[in-house]
Design a protein around this ligand. Structure first.
Ligand code: SF4
Length: 418
């Protein structure tokens, strides 16, 4: 099979990984204008400093020994299979890089021989790139569950970011839907990466000569909507992954039905995109807004409200804590106000060092007044003018939702109708 044919199969198979997005466009140039988009697995990701970077996102192989029920590449599916050699991927990456198509590589794989052999071949790709081609670009490498600890260690010295997919929010779902994977085969490498990441960072502070281990940290991916866990379970797990495993990101992947079978949602099930969106918003609250999972949800409220973003839902449930005066609130209190982001909270603190903030200053500061006005006072004045009942407030906050969320909500309701 030609490398270009393998590329089409293995870039297509990689699109189910949520860690990068935007693969799959195929728009050829008609001779006018600049550039064209091809189904060659080029996708975009974001670097630690916020830059958007293009990555070659492919699988090493889709010829899997495992039979995870939800996966297109599972052993029991009949489909075209392909496996790259390490040299082929290294050569593709460097050639795409030299042509300015990409700035890095995102490499995952099905388990085609054994976890160790697959992992060793993926590491060989990194070794060829780093040592033979002197490639200093970004490499994100998936760790194969069950791969030996010394291979995980080698991967960490070659890649910028590592990720081990946790797949499901509970061990019971993992057993049911991915019977060849075990909780330990996922958590052990995660813990190893977390410990090494922290350990080598400390070493680097003592000596600039100590080696760099996985400088971009580690991430993971959880499939949403294929199993029965609540958002409360998902957020609790997420919080403990951030706290105990030093994870940089948890990605949520709305389940896409590609197989039929026992324990799986029907093939006609639409991916729960709105739920995925709400989980990303809640995740943002955990990482940047100093919220804890038990504040966002609880056994009494186990699922995120699909009509409202999680911060607005929290504020409406805790309305007795409001209104907060913009000129007196601490930074932490400001962060809890719907419509106030990290940047606007910082600007409020900075501005009021010079003079008290007035209502006309709020727009310039970046505060979203149509959301915040029900929760704040400005020098004792309530900018919403009149107070609303709980129902009216919920309605007003739903109307103030972002256009993206409103569109997802509309789509999910339409899909439910049919
Ligand atoms: S290990 Fe499971 S999820 Fe990964 S490619 Fe194989 S069947 Fe798919």
């Amino acid at each position: 099979m030609k490398t270009s044919e393998k590329l089409i199969i293995l870039a297509g198979a990689a699109k189910y990984d949520a860690s990068c997005s935007s693969s799959g466009s195929n728009r050829n140039s008609d001779g006018d204008g600049t550039g064209n988009a091809a189904e060659s697995g080029i996708c975009h990701s974001w670097s630690a400093d916020g830059r958007c970077i293009s990555l070659l996102k492919i699988l090493m192989s889709n010829d899997c020994l495992f039979d995870c029920r939800y996966c297109l590449s599972r052993r029991s599916n009949s489909q075209e299979r392909a496996t790259f050699t390490s040299e082929e991927i290294a050569s593709l990456t460097i050639n795409f890089y030299l042509r300015n198509y990409i700035e890095g590589l995102f490499l995952s794989s099905a388990v085609y021989a054994s976890p160790d052999k697959t992992m060793a071949d993926m590491i060989e790709v990194c070794r060829l790139l780093r040592h033979k081609h002197a490639f200093n670009g970004y490499i994100h490498l998936k760790i194969i569950p069950g791969a030996a600890a010394d291979l995980v260690q080698q991967a960490g010295f070659l890649a910028d970011r590592l990720s081990v997919n946790i797949e499901f929010p509970s061990e019971a779902s993992l057993k049911r839907l991915a019977p060849q994977k075990s909780k330990m085969s996922i958590l052990a490498p995660m813990k190893q990466i977390g410990d090494n990441f922290t350990g080598f960072q400390l070493e680097r502070k003592k000596s600039r000569n100590s080696p760099v281990f996985c400088p971009g940290g580690q991430s993971t991916q959880m499939i949403i909507g294929a199993s029965g866990e609540s958002d409360f379970q998902i957020l609790n797990l997420t919080e403990s992954l951030y706290n105990k495993m030093s994870l940089k990101r948890v990605y949520y992947s709305a389940y896409i039905a590609v197989n039929e079978g026992l324990y799986l949602p029907a093939l006609t099930t639409a991916p729960p995109l709105l739920r995925e969106h709400r989980l990303y918003q809640a995740d943002w609250l955990l990482r940047f807004y100093k919220f804890q999972a038990h504040e966002i949800l609880s056994p009494a409220f186990p699922n995120l409200d699909d009509r409202l973003d999680p911060k607005a839902a929290w504020a409406l449930r805790n309305f007795d804590l409001f209104p907060i005066d913009i000129n007196r609130a601490s930074y932490e209190e400001l962060l809890r106000i719907p419509g106030v982001g990290i940047l606007s909270a910082r600007r409020i603190i900075k501005t009021r060092r010079v003079a008290a903030i007035r209502e006309q200053d709020l727009k310039k500061i970046g505060l979203v007044l149509k959301r915040a006005k029900y929760f704040i006072t400005i020098n004792g004045k309530y900018p919403a003018r009149s107070s609303l009942s709980h129902h009216q407030l919920v309605d007003a906050m739903c109307r103030a939702e972002s256009p993206a969320a409103r569109k997802l909500l509309q789509n999910s309701r339409q899909l439910r109708l049919f």
